[in-house]
Structure formats: structure tokens, C-alpha cells
Design a binder for this molecule. Sequence first.
Ligand code: URA
Length: 236
Amino acid sequence: MEIMNCAEAAQLYLRCIKIIMAKRSTRASAVTVPDKPTLPSLRAAAAGCKACHLWKLGTQTVFGEGSATARVMMVGEQPGDKEDLQGRPFVGPAGAVLDKALAAAGIDRHQDVYLTNIVKHFKWEPRGKRRLHKKPNALDISACRPWLDAEINVIKPQVVVLLGATAAQGILGNQFRVTKQRGQWLESKIAPLVMATVHPSSILRAPDDDSRHEEMRKFVADLKKVAAQLQQRRAA
Ligand code: URA
């Protein structure tokens, strides 16, 4: 058996330390939600979140945006390229569709809606010079979930609207099908009224003008049900 000399042993020791340190720097840490959270304290805490590996991909945490007294919370999938750069949810092409649909349904984005995502970092892969959206997986979603729960606890929205399959399945379970159950009021602990509908980016992907208009019409019809509830509750 070969015996190591002191220099070799020291080198091996250093190599082991380097491997351990490299592993530590890539390991995710748990979310730390502040005690007695407010939206500003949550936003500040989430800015340094390393609960999953997406913090290394995204430019910044894109926290939710809107009033703490908003009656409606809308939950998307994850920030896109523009949202990642600006640090604000729904400011890109899908946000423009959402704005248009909210206005058509008679919902005031600034007064009544808090917008957020089920995952708060942009997950992407390079495609030439572009950053191509990559769907978050179950681990990404569960790592980020405490932030959404904290937002819900602070705002206590009357209505939660889940935009698209990722948000809907993340909250309601993998069996949920937006195609079959969109626009229905659903049972959930997260809010008195919960509805899932399509993600506004799906309207942008419609193959032609006619189907795009039809998809937009159905999206607005779902949002009008939300508007009607807001009116009823205001009147009560
Ligand atoms: N798509 C989302 O799901 N969220 C955003 O913030 C933007 C696009």
C-alpha cells in the first residue's frame, strides 16, 4: 500500500474542501418569511431568496405588485424576459393582453388587482441570443410557494384568479384541467372565490386572427364573472 507524503495529503485535503465549498454554494436554502409580514417586508425578503436554483438564472426576484387592499389576486406562471429585466410582473406582451382583457371586463388593474406569479424567478434556456422561457417544474413551484402563501395571507383577496395550467395545477393539483374547468368557481382554502382561466400568453399563440379574437372573447367572459362578483360584494 502506498503511503501519502505530507504535501500530497495537504493537496487532497484542499481538493476535498474545494468540492465541499462548491457544493455548498449551489445548494438551495429555505425561504425565510418575515414575522408579521407586510408587502414591503415580503418583497425585501424575497429579493434575496435562494430557495431554489432559479435565482442564478433570473436577473432578480419579480415579486407581486398591487395594492395590499386589492380584492382580486391574479396568479401567473413566472416572469418572462421583460418582467425579469424590469422586476415587475406582467409588463411584457402577455401583460398587455391581460390589461386589455381587464379593461374590457371592467376591472381596474390598479385599484382592484394584485398581480403575482407562482414562481418568482425567470426560468429560461439560451436559444441563440434569446432567452427562451422554460416551464417551471414541481420543485421550482414548491420552493417558491411560501411567498405566494404569504402574499395571500397579507392581502386576503376575495377572489383569486389562476392564469394558466401551471398556476392552476400548482394550487389545485395536477388533475386540474384548465381546458375543461376554466371559468368555474372552485373550492379552495386560499380564498372565498377561486377561478382558473387561460394564461394570456395562450391568446398570443392562437394560430390566426379569428381564433385569437374568440380566445380573447372567452377570456374576457371569464373575467366578467369576476367583475360581477366584485360588484355584488360591493353592493352587499
Ligand atoms: N407570464 C406570467 O406568467 N407572468 C408574468 O409576470 C409575465 C408573463
